[in-house]
Each structure stands twice: as C-alpha cells, then as structure tokens.
Design a protein around this ligand. Structure first.
Ligand code: ATP
Ligand code: SF4
Ligand code: MG
Length: 471
C-alpha cells in the first residue's frame, strides 16, 4: 500500500512480555467452538474450533495487527473481544474488569468504550436509515445527549472522517464503498471509544481508497488517542498500521511480535511463508533474487484440526514431535513470541528430532519479475503462501518450466485453495534428483481474489502424519 515504513520504531508499543503500561485489553486462553448439530433435536455432532486458546494483550495507544488466512478465526476473535459473541472458554479483561460472561445489561455502559468497525461496509449499514440516523444510533442506544445536539455531533463526526456534513440525510446506497466505510468509522467513533476493533477495514475497497481509509485511521488514532486492533489478511496494510502483529493459523496465534522484528526476522515457518509472498515495492530491488514458498494443500478443517502443531501438515520443517506435541507460544526473544519446535532465526526447541516428510513446494523467483506480478503476490499471502526452504541457488533454471494454468483459474476465483492446484505436478524441467519440485516464480497468482473467499469451512482435513514422502 502506501508508505510501508511510516511508523517510527518509537511508536512501537511495549511488548506483550510484561513490559510497559497496564494492558487495556487482556485475553487469556480465549476459545470459541461453534457447535455442529444434526436432526430436529439438534444433537451436537461436532464443533468448529474457530478460536482455540488465544492469549495476548493490547496496550493503550497501540495498534495490534492480526493477520492470517481466510477462516483462521480473525473475525471470530474480534467479535469475542468486543463481546458480540459469547466465548466458550478463556477470559477477556477490559481495563482490568472481567467481561468474559458479563450480562448485556452490565456490558452496556462498557460498549461505549469498545467499538467495532465491521468487515463489510455494504452489509453493516442499514439501507433504510439515513446516514444521520446510522451515525446517531449509538447516542440513542446509550442515552447520550451530546452538547449541541445529536445532529450537530453527527455532522461533526462526518466531517472528521472526511465526509460532507450536508449529506446527513442521504442513504447508504448514495455513497461509494470508501465513503460507506467512513460512515462505519464515524459510527464507531461516535461515543469516543477507547478500543476500536477494525475487522478488515479496507479489504472491500479498491486500492486507491484503501490508502485514504488507512491514513484516516492513523490520523484519528493520533487525534483521539485511540487503541486499535486491526484485523486484515493483507500484510502490506498490516505492516503499515501496526505496532505489534499477531499471526494466526487455524484458530491459534502462532507468532506475536513487534512489527520490525516480525518483518525482519520472522520465527514461525508459517510467518516466513507469508512474508515470502509480500511484494517488494522498491523498483531498485526488482532485480534482486527472492525466494517464495508455496505450501501444498489446503488449510485443514477447523472441525478436526491436525494433532500437535496445527501447521505440521504443511510445514517443511516438521519433525515427529510436531505431529504429537503442540508447541506452546513462548517468548524466545524480547517481545517476540512464537509457537514452534524449530523456529527460524532462533534456538531449536527440539534438536535432533526425526523429520516428517513434508511435501512442500518452494518457488524461487529469479530476477526481474513482471510488474503485474507484484499486486498478484498479495493474493498468495491471503490464500496460502508457503515457507521458504533452503534451496540451492540455482534451480532457477527450472523457472522456465511451464506455468500452471489451473492455478490461475483457481486464484482468480479467490479460492483459498490456490496452492492445492499448484505445483507438485510441474516437476521442474531440469529439477534434479532430490529437491522439491521447483516451479516458476512468475506463476500467476491472482491479486484481487484475495479479498474474497469468506467464511467457507475449509475442506476436509488433510490431517495427520500422512505427509506423503515424495521423491
Ligand atoms: N456463526 C458461526 N457458526 C459456525 N461456524 C462459524 C461461525 N462463524 C464463523 N464460523 C467458522 O469459524 C471459522 C473462522 O471464521 P472467521 O470468520 O472468524 O474467519 P476469518 O479469519 O475472519 O476469515 P476471513 O478472512 O475470510 O474473514 C471458519 O471456519 C468459519 O466457517
Ligand atoms: S517446525 Fe514443527 S512446530 Fe514449527 S511450525 Fe513446523 S510443524 Fe509446527
Ligand atoms: Mg473475517
């Protein structure tokens, strides 16, 4: 997106390691399982483990970014901490008060302090209400009478978010997508909240509008001293807005670190995979060799997630322990937490363990990527990028291997399954004996598709220890 390095290190908030000020929001072991029922008696036959044991905190004035693939539980987490959903387990504290199971009545006054900007700027505004009515609703619900009256205050808010106050009587359909998102922001800010949870605040917008909305959020934070939790799947957006970043995979936080540390030295293989798909915006570095990794297979189903480390079915570093023992989220460096037995850029937690044979594809991108590929890489981020295994410098020759047409089609539809279609078959022409099949870097992943792909329960689990040996 825009200036990726806009925030200074100084703005980096205290880590989640106990340093710094008291957290505004404290979450411990948060769980949400959606029951799956069957028959007229609604017999419970299983559960979607959307969120499964999240522990983190958010400190006053900071922005915590949350990133992960579609279906990993980001929105569910946002709805849990704003108490729009009732947690199955765990604890949520806001300003030191336990709100985990607080009744609606007792929660009401606190709702002023915790607001949410919803993922869908079209669906979250009532089409039958005017903008004035929508933005003024929180005042009515909370019985708040602003100085100068509701109308004047709503008009002030509209102006604050860059909308024309004269449009007070217009209906949502008379606004563009970006303007509607601003209406959602104005509504969220109406009661001067302390914490704003923004769920994909820009993913439904086109790129030029994304920059405006992101900058608006930034400005409002400075002006009003807001604390944000921003959920997104776009790593460029997350990098731009966040002080700290939590990476989620299949209902769990796998890495939590400050922005610089996460981008410069990711420790979890999944994060490394995500990073490998981030486009390099600097044209001077366009010729530089970069390594991209594509994981094989879909994200497993949250109905029956893999044993041990949930990522082990797609991880190229997996060993026996990964299939049996869940790695705890540990702080391995200052302010840098990771859940992995064999972290990158850090001390191995289970040295000498026998490897699982993971079938993972590494893609090497050779010099001079086509300009169009840049935007398209963003899609890979959301869809399911993959980790970079060490690769010999020069299988790049294989890059002349033919592209995978099916892959393009899948990606265009925004399916999260893009890499399922991918690689393996493209046995890189010259790829010798051992290595994973190399594939052409310029493979046409689709950019825009990344925006969609909502909420489908991922296909059947590719669980287990079955990582097929490939050779
Ligand atoms: N009300 C619900 N009932 C049953 N399952 C649900 C419900 N809401 C979400 N899920 C499931 O929980 C999992 C996580 O969904 P969630 O919407 O939190 O994902 P997400 O990370 O926000 O995805 P996206 O990036 O596509 O918005 C998904 O498998 C989804 O199908
Ligand atoms: S190395 Fe093991 S623990 Fe770490 S991400 Fe891979 S499978 Fe999980
Ligand atoms: Mg979501």
């Amino acid at each position: 997106m825009t200036d990726l390095n806009k925030k200074t290190p100084a703005s980096t908030a205290a880590g989640s390691d106990g340093s710094g000020s008291e957290p505004l929001l404290k979450v411990e072991g948060l769980v949400k399982h959606f029951p799956i029922t069957k028959g007229v008696l609604k017999r419970k036959v299983g559960a979607v483990q959307a969120v499964d044991g999240l522990t983190f905190d958010v400190r006053p004035g900071e922005t915590l970014g949350v990133v992960g693939e579609s279906g990993c539980g980001k929105s569910t987490m946002g709805r849990l901490v704003t108490r729009l959903l009732e947690p199955t387990g765990g604890k949520v504290e806001f300003q030191g008060r336990d709100i985990t199971h607080m009744s609606a009545g007792r929660l009401r006054p606190m709702r002023r302090d915790i607001q949410m900007i919803f993922q869908d700027p079209y669906g979250s505004l009532n089409p039958r209400h005017t903008v004035g009515g929508i933005v003024g609703t929180p005042f009515r619900l909370q019985g708040v009478k602003p100085e100068g009256g509701v109308k004047a205050e709503v008009q002030r808010l509209l102006e604050l978010v860059g909308l024309n106050p004269e449009h007070y009587n217009r209906y949502p359909h008379e606004f563009s997508g970006g303007q509607r998102q601003r209406i959602g922001i104005a509504r969220a800010l109406a009661l001067k909240p302390k914490l704003v949870v923004a769920d994909e605040p820009v993913s439904a917008l086109d790129v030029s509008i994304q920059a405006q909305v992101v900058n608006l959020l930034d400005d409002l934070q400075e002006e009003l001293g807001l604390t944000y939790m921003i959920i997104a799947h776009d790593l460029s957006v997350i990098r731009h807005v966040s002080d700290r970043i939590a990476v989620m995979y299949l209902g769990k936080i796998v890495e939590l670190a400050d922005r610089t540390s996460l981008y410069e030295a990711p420790m979890h293989p999944y994060t490394k995979a995500l990073m490998s798909a981030v486009p390099v915006p600097d044209p001077r570095r366009r010729g530089a060799k970069s390594e991209r990794i594509l994981l094989k297979g879909d994200v497993p189903s949250p109905i029956s997630p893999p044993s041990g480390c949930r990522f082990h079915t797609r991880c190229w570093k997996a060993t026996q322990i990964c299939a049996t023992t869940e790695p705890p989220l540990l702080q391995l460096k200052t302010g840098h937490q990771v859940a992995c037995h064999h972290p990158e850029n850090g001390e191995d937690q289970a040295p000498g363990d026998a490897p699982l044979t993971a079938d993972v594809i590494t893609v090497k991108s050779t010099p001079a990527p086509e300009p169009a590929a840049v935007a398209e890489e963003a899609a890979a981020v959301k869809a399911a990028p993959s980790p970079s295994a060490p690769v010999e410098p020069d299988k790049a020759a294989a890059s002349s291997a033919p592209e995978q047409p099916a892959r393009t089609a899948a990606a265009e539809e925004g399916t999260a399954a893009e890499e399922a279609v991918a690689p393996a078959k493209t046995e890189a022409a010259s790829a010798p004996e051992k290595a994973p099949e190399a594939e052409k870097a310029s493979a046409p992943e689709k950019a825009s598709g990344a925006a969609s792909g909502e909420d489908e329960v991922p296909a059947a689990p590719s669980t287990g220890t079955e990582a097929e040996p490939k050779e």
